[in-house]
Design a protein around this ligand. Structure first.
Ligand SMILES: [Zn+2]
Ligand SMILES: [Zn+2]
Ligand SMILES: [Zn+2]
Ligand SMILES: [Zn+2]
Ligand SMILES: [Zn+2]
Length: 324
């Protein structure tokens, strides 16, 4: 008896609220609310109006969100939808990239720990892995070459000859010619390069040996021999070749320049090769040259490159001896 009374009382109370809220309108559809409704942020909604139109929805699966969720670029996602479909994935292990990660020059993103697991390609800087480069090679002399760079790696005489002709044409189009008719080019490994060169540095990719023969104090023969490191991809090979050809140019003109002016000038040849090519690889190589801290190959190069940009090739060639 007591229980049924209580029930009745509650019932009366409910009706009262219901009649009191007769003017209550849904903030979504603007129609009157009767029965069950929801209130949030000071606004009231029909149950259906709320779930169908107001409740936050996952921007991936479009279903309403209850419980924890992630916000990314002002959009909300279920936790699972976010991790499975929105978070970028590592290009090496395919797992989500949460927290800080590395994006390399090539736009590849990967977990930081992979840079300790895989060697860097000495030519393009990519991490040598099956996923990114289709594997690669340890050249056994401190260098590693990725599968991509290896595809154009220069070794046979035919390629050397055609590279030489192309680079000579490129230099000639900027007023640099009069090279000896025959220029021997040998491909060597790092140990041989070290033996040939007089001032070896680890960044060295090539070396030119000059030889002058005199008789009674008079020059009767001048010859140069270019040595280039093995396993260089074609573009880098041409860039090194252009650098070495400019050494020959200086030798033929009897120009003895200060090391930073000399190497900076010769690097303009490499710059020319890379700038005549529109690939990402060339951009990567140019960037490495711009970032080099070497006093001659880096600082000297930037000095000469600036001068070239301001005054042009003709000025550089005429004034080489006077540049300080
Ligand atoms: Zn409504
Ligand atoms: Zn979702
Ligand atoms: Zn990873
Ligand atoms: Zn590479
Ligand atoms: Zn040099």
């Amino acid at each position: 008896m007591l229980q049924s009374k209580l029930y009745l009382l509650l019932h009366c109370l409910f009706i009262m609220i219901s009649s009191l809220s007769a003017q209550l309108k849904c903030d979504y559809c603007n129609l009157e609310i009767s029965g069950k409704y929801l209130t949030t942020a000071g606004k009231s909604y029909h149950d259906n109006c709320y779930t169908d139109h107001i409740q936050a929805r996952c921007q991936y699966c479009k279903k309403p969100i209850d419980g924890p969720y992630n916000v990314h670029e002002d959009k909300s996602y279920h936790e699972d939808c976010y991790i499975d479909h929105i978070v970028p994935k590592c290009d090496i292990c395919r797992l989500p990239l949460k927290g800080s990660y590395i994006t390399d020059f090539w736009g590849t993103a990967f977990h930081e720990h992979h840079s300790e697991e895989f060697p860097e390609c000495s030519s393009c800087g990519r991490l040598i892995s099956d996923e990114l480069t289709g594997g690669g090679y340890d050249l056994g002399d401190g260098r590693n070459l990725c599968g991509i760079c290896n595809e154009t790696s220069v070794s046979d005489d035919y390629l050397i000859e055609s590279a030489l002709n192309q680079v000579k044409r490129l230099l000639a189009s900027n007023g640099i010619n009069d090279f000896p008719k025959h220029i021997p080019i040998s491909i060597v490994d790092k140990t041989e390069l070290k033996q040939k060169s007089t001032s070896y540095s680890d960044a060295m990719q090539g070396f030119t040996d000059h030889n002058t023969q005199t008789r009674n104090g008079e020059v009767i023969l001048k010859e140069s021999h270019i040595y280039i490191l093995s396993h260089l991809p074609m573009l880098m090979f041409k860039a090194v070749l252009a650098h070495e050809l400019l050494h020959i140019y200086l030798f033929e003109q009897d120009l003895n320049l200060r090391p930073d002016i000399r190497e900076g000038f010769c690097n303009l040849g490499s710059e020319l090769v890379y700038e005549s090519d529109n690939s990402q690889y060339s951009k990567f190589r140019l960037q490495s040259m711009l970032e080099s801290l070497d006093p001659d190959y880096g600082i000297g190069y930037r000095k000469m490159s600036k001068l070239l940009y301001q005054k042009g090739w003709m000025y550089i060639l005429e004034e080489l001896d006077n540049i300080r």
